[in-house]
Ligand binder design. Structure first.
Ligand SMILES: NC(=O)c1ccc[n+]([C@@H]2O[C@H](COP(=O)([O-])OP(=O)(O)OC[C@H]3O[C@@H](n4cnc5c(N)ncnc54)[C@H](OP(=O)(O)O)[C@@H]3O)[C@@H](O)[C@H]2O)c1
Length: 288
């Protein structure tokens, strides 16, 4: 990961808020924005994760402010916004990276099996008919409302000044639902829709709203699903690879160009409402 600062850029002295900044992908986004000269507020739930990214940024001479915030909690995001304004200035750029899935929100089977509605359903079988709607709602809330709330809170500051840029995190699940991932797919489809809606609504306020749709990037959760302990691929990992023309998983660095381009008013000033796939060709390939 490159950390040395660059001298001149659109990002110099801008205040950037990155949610999910302790995570696999958005920690790299936060480091890159700081490297380009932005003052970065890092939002997430786990202090240790935020602190290690903050330390990396500060060590390279950048400005970072870690804040433990649940993005689905309006009051917490409002409080964070006040701290950020006081410490770093009003928010210019927002990256809505906080998101994810839950193991108990996915089915264990890719298609209906009569046993899922049988009285003696095996304990390890979780089909559509066994999903708990409250757990699904939790995933949907994180990915959609957890994107909407920071867009409201920080977007309001942008609207007052008549400028700003927001980048959301969609997914390959946004376009075609991946097997097993009902709530996650539903919610990421919602992120693309929210991005389009907001881009239209906020255009008169001078705010651009776009998204990236990462393909398969290994993070703590997906690594266990895609890879074996000895570094090989699980059956699902092999299936993903067979549908990925570039024949590899993404690295966080692969996303930085798309995210920074979309945020940058000088390079993407007429771009709003789009979702850029960063997926090694996954969404273009039929796999046949
Ligand atoms: N990795 C992929 O292949 C992939 C593909 C497509 C889309 N995406 C999307 O890209 C984004 C980043 O993914 P990632 O791979 O970097 O995942 P990750 O490593 O799990 O990072 C997600 C971060 O979001 C934070 N977060 C979760 N719930 C939160 C909440 N309620 N409030 C504040 N922060 C919260 C987590 O913080 P805590 O750990 O502290 O809870 C975590 O640091 C997500 O939106 C994900 O859905 C990822």
């Amino acid at each position: 990961m490159k950390t040395e600062p660059v001298n001149i850029s659109f990002f110099k002295n801008k205040t950037a808020v990155v949610t999910g900044a302790g995570g696999t992908l958005c920690s790299a986004v936060a480091v890159e924005l700081a490297r380009l000269g932005a003052k970065v507020a890092l939002l997430g739930r786990t202090p240790e994760k935020l602190e290690s990214v903050t330390a990396l940024i500060r060590k390279a001479g950048g400005t970072a402010l870690p804040l433990v915030v649940d993005v689905t909690d309006v009051a917490a995001v409002e409080a964070a916004s006040k701290t950020i304004t006081r410490e770093l200035g009003l928010c210019d750029l927002l990256v809505n990276g906080a998101g994810g899935n839950r193991n108990d929100a996915v089915t264990s089977t890719v298609e209906y099996q009569p046993a899922e509605i049988a009285a003696d359903r095996p304990e390890n079988l979780r089909g559509f008919f066994n999903l708990n709607p409250d757990i699904l709602l939790d995933v949907i809330k994180l990915n959609t409302i957890g994107t909407l709330i920071p867009s409201q809170v920080f977007g309001r500051e942008m609207a007052r000044r008549g400028r700003g840029s927001i980048v959301n995190f969609a997914s390959m699940n946004s376009y075609r639902p991946l097997s097993k991932n009902l709530a996650y797919s539903l919610s990421k489809a919602g992120v693309v829709n929210l991005t389009q809606w907001l881009s239209t609504y906020l255009a008169p306020a001078g705010i651009r709203v776009n998204a990236v749709a990462p393909g398969f990037f290994a993070n703590d959760r997906s690594r266990k699903i895609l890879m074996t302990e000895d570094g090989g691929l699980t059956a699902r990992g092999q299936n993903v690879m067979a549908h990925t023309p570039m024949k590899r998983f993404g690295e966080a660095q692969d996303l930085l160009g798309a995210v920074c381009w979309l945020l940058d008013d000088e390079r993407a000033g007429f771009v709003t409402g789009i979702t850029v796939a960063v997926d090694g060709g996954f969404s273009s390939s039929s796999g046949v």
